[in-house]
Design a protein around this ligand. Structure first.
Ligand code: SF4
Length: 218
């Protein structure tokens, strides 16, 4: 039986073959709009967020634009997606703080980002990685699920999964890899299905497997 270091190598190699070029899934026009898109994408698909923001960002793309709009108008702009009231409040408050404390710029540290309203560790990691190119490993539900199915972690929570993945994969691959794993999860390793013996990755990592994994509720 292979150990997790061997599996990690196979996974990295396979993902590079399937997804040689990585395109960041959320559209944005600067780091600030990336931050807003990540925030909007909570419990919502990237496609829906992109569809909505394509009408917003041409006009509103700086913190001062959203402060000027005010909460109610932000709500109207984003009301097509889930939990829009909470998100509108975060966007408004966050924009205000960016102007007051950071000269209208998005801060470049985890610590400062995570203090902003509506911004947790995962959102901060996406912005650090995709916005600033800083090595980070944002763990979302897809990555959490796949890391467990691939035997890379037995972490019960995303914090443990992030730690384990960071240990297994060289730092220079993190930014690419987190997106490749998300893409693979969406395409081949879905929450409610497991193709067991037909998937490239599990065929290579678990050659003796006879049946699909029984998937617990994601
Ligand atoms: S065999 Fe199942 S667990 Fe493995 S990659 Fe495919 S869907 Fe995921």
């Amino acid at each position: 039986m292979m150990n997790e270091i061997q599996r990690a190598k196979i996974i990295n190699r396979t993902l590079n073959k399937i997804y040689p070029n990585i395109v960041v899934p959320l559209n944005s026009r600067n780091v600030f709009t990336l931050l807003i898109s990540v925030l909007l994408s909570a419990q919502c698909t990237d496609v829906n967020v992109n569809n909505m923001t394509k009408d917003i960002y041409p006009k509103y793309f700086k913190p001062k634009h959203f402060v000027k709009l005010g909460r109610k108008k932000i709500e109207k702009l984003i009301k097509r997606i889930g939990i829009f009231r909470v998100k509108a409040k975060s966007i408004y408050n966050l924009s205000k703080i960016l102007i007051e404390k950071y000269n209208g710029k998005v801060p470049k540290t985890f610590q400062e980002l995570e203090k902003l309203p509506g911004v947790g560790h995962k959102t901060a990691s996406v912005v650090m990685s995709q916005g600033f190119g800083f090595p980070a490993f944002p763990v979302d539900t897809h990555i959490h699920r796949l890391a467990q199915r691939w035997g890379l972690t037995n972490g019960k929570n995303v914090i443990q999964t992030e730690k384990d993945l960071k240990k297994l994969f060289p730092i220079k691959f993190w930014n690419k890899l987190h997106l490749q794993i998300i893409f693979y999860g969406r395409e081949y390793c879905k929450a409610r299905e497991c193709y067991g013996i037909s998937c490239k990755i599990c065929k290579a990592c678990y050659p003796d497997r006879k049946k699909p994994l029984i998937t617990k509720k994601a």
